[in-house]
Design a protein around this ligand. Structure first.
Ligand code: B12
Length: 290
């Protein structure tokens, strides 16, 4: 069977009809009504982008009968709940990447909001991984491998999110120097992209001075900082103050992450503190308006 991945290639209406489990004529009708964007080859044949098909599925509350045709994993029928959290944590710990991929995509294709998948499933699975690591029930390699698997799934998911419009509001973000925690930073990027922002993660462990340079280049409306670890508090406060002073008043600074205890937050000036991706979603709606 011919399979594809998002962004890599387009698919024919026949393939999409089979993936959704409807007739080809129904599918062509949806395309003609503009419900799924469509392009044509030089020879005049209709072609569709898998990411647009997934967006249609999520927006119209439909299911994919044969997701494999679009390069997606077969359904494992999981839903949000503590059973899924435990099962996913186990799959991460055992390094079962295909199962993790299947579970996370299942939730996404099952129309679960991205913020809930992040806050209520993935972050909770990693919390469980942290508990087991702390109790000496897992080895470091298992925790590292779990992060590898999770980030690769998040990157794959990114390709299925809407391509930002040319006039989309821009956001940039990163973790500060000494903070290697990649997952929350990536989730912040995806959460914003899902809302139509042109969100760009600059990466992890960035000196705050280089973020000042990035602000000049990208001129974003929002800067997020994911702060899960602070090496040297006094240096962090100094660098943050200088970053804060260089940011234009029109730029929203959204901060989040486990290192931001009340004591640390009291030392910082920012636009919004978000404890979860769900809060970030609400902020993005607010700051993306102008
Ligand atoms: C994976 C992991 C690591 C990996 C990260 C790999 C990587 N490249 O990303 C690495 C190897 C870096 C690591 C290192 C260490 N770790 Co560690 N780590 C974890 C673990 C298991 C998962 C963290 C994670 O990624 N979770 C998934 C994310 C998505 O969840 P989250 O961080 O909670 O984020 C959510 C919210 O906080 C919020 N959020 C977070 N950031 C942001 C940003 C924005 C903008 C917004 C809107 C929201 C938001 O939204 C997210 C989704 O809900 C945690 C367990 C735990 N309880 O978190 C331990 C944990 C954090 N680590 C711990 C420890 C002790 C360490 C080390 C000190 C171990 C050591 N001896 O070296 C070092 C310290 C590193 C440092 N510089 O401080 C302890 C911390 C204990 C404490 N209270 O301080 C924990 C809690 C484990 C435990 N139970 O003991 N760790």
């Amino acid at each position: 069977m011919e399979t594809l991945s998002a962004g890599s290639a387009t698919v024919s209406p026949k393939q999409v009809a089979k993936a959704i489990g409807v007739s080809e004529s129904s599918l062509k009708r949806w395309c003609d009504r503009g419900l799924i964007p469509m392009s044509r080859t030089e020879g005049g044949h209709r072609r569709l982008n898998p990411a647009d098909v997934v967006a249609f599925i999520r927006n119209s509350d439909r299911q994919l009968a044969e997701p494999e045709i679009l390069g997606l994993p077969a359904s494992s029928r999981c839903t949000i709940g503590s059973k899924t959290v435990d099962q996913l944590a186990r799959a991460f710990i055992e390094g079962k990447d295909e199962l993790c991929r299947r579970m996370i995509f299942d939730l996404y294709l099952g129309n679960e909001p991205l913020d809930r998948i992040f806050d209520d499933v993935i972050a909770r699975s990693f919390y469980e991984i942290g508990v087991q690591w702390h109790d000496g029930r897992l080895d470091i390699f298992q925790e590292r491998r779990a992060t590898e698997i999770c980030e690769s799934i998040l990157l794959e998911l990114r390709a299925f999110l809407p391509v930002p419009a040319t006039d989309a509001p821009c956001a940039i973000g990163a973790t500060p120097e000494g903070d290697d925690y990649r997952l929350a930073n990536r989730m912040a990027e995806l959460t914003l992209r899902d809302l139509g922002w042109n969100a760009i993660s600059l990466g992890v462990s960035l000196p705050l001075t280089t973020i000042q340079e990035a602000l000049k280049k990208y001129r974003p409306q929002l800067l997020w900082l994911s702060i899960s670890a602070i090496d040297d508090e006094q240096k962090f406060f100094r660098d943050y103050r200088s970053l804060r002073e260089s940011v234009d008043s029109g730029v929203a600074i959204v901060i989040g992450g486990k290192a931001l205890t009340k004591r640390i937050r009291d030392e910082l000036r920012y636009t919004a503190y978000c404890a979860h991706m769900h809060d970030m979603q609400l902020c993005a709606r607010e700051y993306g308006k102008n």
